[in-house]
Design a protein around this ligand. Structure first.
Ligand code: COI
Length: 355
């Protein structure tokens, strides 16, 4: 099979469900998975018959390329349940397009759109009981592609596995988030693949982030690799600064993830009559604004994190605390976006898609 519409996804249902073992009021992010998964293999130059199977381990040859050269890309999406029990996705086409952009950069084959959406919709219908109602509850969806061909030759694989797994989710960060501004390590360089949601972009952050964790920060705000003068993005989020009444975020480049929540924040802020400036932003500008009191807010945006206010930041050993403000831009924008996600408000942007 290749491009034709799937009329029948082969479905093997789980004989029992784990759902009653899960405490939905106390979920750590990404630890519990639903009963089924979507799987589709690529070989002989084409995507093969897609399947939904019980969630289970997969078996790969130890020499599979993904283990050696990190040929792996992924996405993060969420499904929401409204008060009428309808299930909604938020701008899913953006995720579909981005996984294929990421795949292309890592010399991996594109996944067909009809396979992606039919697989996703069928899986979500099967897992509908795992999606709980109520603000903050969602089903985190993780589509990913890995190179499965065996052999350690350093070249793109000819065999891949596309999968979708799902995990019930609440908030990503449990408490206040403080960030360290990078002054030594870098996340991505120009001409590299920082824009891709590639596994290696995250692995490369673990070590510097673990150092930052020991210093009391939950995340790093990455700066440009050449000068460390310009603020780019945080490890799992894009980043926004409010100086005075202006919301500032840096432009997208080949070093920065083109976040779906980021572009929704920009559109929503404009709709709420917030002045948005998309331009390079210097570390020194933010420090000066923190020192003279005009830095009102910093917040991160991402699918997992939604919109997460930053309580304080550090740079080269100094630290700054952000003021606690009522009616923050972060809370107004977050509320307006979540009202769309949970089918509470009218969706004039056309972002909400029914499953
Ligand atoms: C997401 O927000 O979906 C992400 O992919 C971040 C993740 C590494 C948890």
């Amino acid at each position: 099979m290749s491009k034709e519409t799937i009329t029948n996804i082969k479905i093997e249902k789980a004989s029992t469900s784990k759902i009653n073992e899960v405490d939905f009021s106390n979920l750590a992010f990404g630890n519990v998975f639903t009963d089924h998964m979507f799987v589709c293999d690529y070989e002989n130059g084409a995507w093969q018959e897609p399947q939904i199977t019980p969630y289970q381990k997969i078996s790969l040859d130890p020499s599979a390329r993904v283990f050696h050269y990190g040929q792996a890309v992924f996405e993060g999406m969420k499904a929401y349940k409204d008060e009428q029990d309808d299930i909604w996705l938020f701008r899913p086409k953006e995720n579909f397009e981005r996984i294929n952009k990421s795949a292309a950069r890592l010399a991996m084959p594109e996944f067909p759109e009809d396979f992606f959406f039919e697989g996703l919709n069928t899986l979500l219908k099967l897992e509908k009981d795992w999606i709980k109602k109520g603000f903050g509850n969602s089903l985190y969806i993780r589509p990913f592609v890995i190179a499965t061909e065996s052999g350690v030759s350093a070249s793109p694989a000819n065999k891949y596995k596309f999968m979708i797994i799902c995990s019930p989710a609440q908030s990503y960060y449990g408490g206040e988030v403080r960030v360290k501004i990078a002054d030594h390590y870098s996340r991505a360089a120009s001409g590299g693949f920082g824009f891709a949601k590639a596994a290696g972009n995250y692995a490369g952050q673990f070590y510097p982030t673990s150092i930052a964790n020991k210093e009391g920060f939950q995340q790093i705000i990455w700066t440009d690799a050449n000068t460390h003068e310009y603020l780019e993005e945080a490890g799992t989020m894009n980043i926004f600064f409010r100086i005075g009444d202006k919301l500032i975020t840096c432009p997208i480049s080949d070093r920065i993830l083109d976040g779906v929540t980021r572009k929704s924040v920009i559109a929503m802020a404009k709709d709420l009559d917030i002045d948005v400036d998309i331009r390079p932003i210097k570390v020194t500008e933010v420090i000066e604004a923190a020192n003279n009191g005009s830095l009102k807010e910093i917040f991160g945006s991402g699918t997992a994190a939604v919109i997460n206010p930053i309580a304080g930041f550090g740079f080269k050993g100094d630290t700054w605390e952000l003021p606690k403000i009522e009616n923050s831009f972060a809370s107004k924008i977050k509320q307006a976006i979540m009202d769309i996600q949970y089918n509470i408000s009218e969706d004039k942007f056309g972002w909400r898609v029914k499953v």
